[in-house]
Design a protein around this ligand. Structure first.
Ligand SMILES: Nc1ncnc2c1ncn2[C@@H]1O[C@H](COP(=O)(O)OP(=O)(O)OP(=O)(O)O)[C@@H](O)[C@H]1O
Ligand SMILES: Nc1nc2c(c(=O)[nH]1)N=C(CO)CN2
Length: 183
């Protein structure tokens, strides 16, 4: 996909399959709007990754183990790619690190978090990666923005995002006026 006229092939010359990938991005430290814009730009600039849709920005109440922390800004980016999930996660971690992310308190405040919510129909369960993301189906801060850009969205093994959201409290997820755009 880097060059539209040259198809992506593996070492045997077979065409690499294109997969739909869903990223959930969050930030609640630093200038979250600038950080999320830089992260979206960096993901979109990734060779062999084509952004398809970007959600609005949402202001969200913290959920999980640490609720006593500032509100987050969250958004979802859907893309198409031939990059393998493990390489994609490395890329996401490199973008997080480049934008000042340190890994300290699990579930605590962070300048930037990039989660790989889903990679096509792939299911993975290794020490490094779980796909679909093991907590995405219970996170209104990820599902609300995702549903906005993909009303037919489904999580492999969990069902439709619309149905999942029907069972979740979405009151802590509010669309904001902040604008973040694809480059
Ligand atoms: N689908 C996935 N997307 C992102 N990270 C994942 C995924 N599956 C496993 N991980 C791993 O989870 C580890 C913890 O990630 P991170 O530090 O972002 O956690 P967290 O943001 O505190 O919590 P959460 O994973 O619930 O968002 C990372 O080392 C990463 O490799
Ligand atoms: N609202 C909200 N809460 C969270 C978030 C997040 O991005 N948004 N990320 C977390 C750890 O990944 C834990 N809690």
């Amino acid at each position: 996909m880097s060059n539209p006229f040259v198809p992506d092939v593996d070492t045997l010359g077979n065409l690499k399959p294109i997969s739909k990938v869903v990223f959930s991005l969050g930030s609640n430290q630093g200038n979250s709007v600038d950080i999320l814009q830089s992260a979206v730009t960096a993901l979109a600039d990734t060779p062999d990754l084509i952004p398809v849709d970007l959600s609005s920005v949402y202001v969200t109440k913290p959920v999980g183990a640490v609720v006593d922390q500032p509100d987050f800004l969250n958004l979802v980016l859907v893309a198409e790619t031939v990059i393998e999930p493990s390489i994609l996660l490395e890329r996401a971690h490199a973008i997080e690190a480049g934008l000042g992310r340190t890994r300290d308190i699990v579930g605590g405040p962070r300048t930037l978090d990039i989660d790989l919510v889903m990679y096509g129909h792939r299911t993975v369960d290794t020490d490094e990666m779980t796909l679909p993301h093991p907590r995405a189906h219970e996170r209104a801060f990820a599902l609300v923005p995702w549903l906005e850009i993909d009303p037919e969205a489904e999580i492999e093994g969990r069902g439709s995002v619309k149905d999942l959201l029907a069972g979740l409290d979405t009151s802590g997820v509010v669309r904001s006026d902040e604008v973040i755009e694809l480059p």
